[in-house]
Design a protein around this ligand. Structure first.
Ligand code: GDP
Length: 303
């Protein structure tokens, strides 16, 4: 339900375009596919993906001898889901949650993408499930980042480990890991600074944090989630690529999907990066973070 609402903008453009396509064409011909490609490209699926989808659809249509545009609709939905699934190297769409011992998750991404908000939402969700959640304010670089995380900690009803601005992020993580162990936390969510301008420093900083975590918990961090802002379209893609070069990202959080009419960016990101979208942000509220489900997503675009 929430999913439907969060995709309203994308649906209004893409869905409407599709409906027009289905009613304007009486038969499925070359022109039909050209218009379909245009619709896909304008929803930020990316050129390559639009062509792949169109080519595969054309084959399918021939194979099944489909003539009416309306009969293609279902095939399009199936194809989009199938293509999403086939793009993955890592098929685990879910958070790698640990059955025993703490689950430690690092959040990376540039400022303003919705990192703090996503952490707050996730903390709230786990706390509501009865888990003991701790946050680490390891973005000590940006003025205000620590306070902002503390505000979200209060909202979500969870504790936040913080040091002074400008202090060593790895020291914050060290304390947070220590508390996690001593006080038996189930989940530790770590906020990090997103300074892509200085990739070498960022890389070193992230590696140091990881080492501190690994020393105590060798299989951790269990996820390194990259938060990207869906409303920035192709820019989100470029950013994500750069982050992937900086550190081992295990999955994506696509924030502000509710704020874009170009939900197709999900497919473009998936195609370019082969990373699973694990969570999507569908609003500013504390309950507006959802598991990503390709089927629901694609159906949401059409409904
Ligand atoms: P950070 O700098 O990456 O930590 O970004 P913030 O968490 O402060 O978020 C930046 C802005 O984006 C804030 O105004 C948030 O309310 C907003 N925001 C974050 N996630 C979402 C979302 O899923 N949907 C919408 N509409 N806004 C969001």
């Amino acid at each position: 339900e929430k999913y439907d609402k969060g995709l309203e903008k994308s649906r209004r453009t893409f869905g409407q375009f599709m409906n027009e396509l289905f009613s304007n064409f009486r038969v499925v011909d070359d022109e039909f596919f050209e218009e379909l490609e245009e619709a896909l490209i304008s929803s930020d699926v990316g050129f390559d993906m639009a062509m792949t989808i169109s080519d595969e659809l054309q084959e399918e249509v021939k194979l099944r001898n489909v003539k009416k545009p309306k009969d293609v609709e279902r095939t399009i939905v199936e194809k989009l889901v199938e293509i999403y699934d086939s793009e993955g190297e890592n098929e685990n769409n879910e958070i790698n949650f640990q059955a025993s011992g703490p689950t430690i998750i690092l959040f990376v991404g540039v400022n303003g993408v919705g990192k703090t908000t996503s952490i707050g939402k996730m903390a709230n969700r786990y706390r509501k499930e009865g888990k003991k959640v701790l946050l680490a304010a390891a973005d000590t670089f940006r003025a205000g980042a620590i306070d902002q995380l503390v505000v979200w900690g209060e909202r979500a009803g969870v504790e936040v480990v913080r040091h002074k601005p400008g202090s060593d992020p790895a020291a914050v993580v060290f304390d947070a890991v220590d508390r996690t162990k001593k006080e038996g936390y189930d989940v530790l969510l770590v906020d990090t600074a997103g300074r892509l301008q200085n990739k070498v420093n960022l890389m070193k900083e992230l590696e140091k944090m990881k080492r501190v975590i690994e020393r105590e918990y060798p299989s951790a961090p269990h996820e390194v989630l990259l938060v990207v802002d869906a409303t920035t379209g192709q820019n989100a893609l470029i950013q994500a690529k750069q982050f992937k070069e900086t550190t081992d990202v295990t999955g994506l959080v696509l924030s502000k999907l509710d704020g874009t009419a170009k939900g197709g960016i999900v497919l473009a990101i998936r195609h370019e990066l082969k990373l699973p979208v694990k969570l999507v942000g569908l609003g500013e509220g504390i309950d507006d973070l959802h598991d990503f489900n390709p089927d629901q997503f694609v159906y949401g675009l059409f409904k």
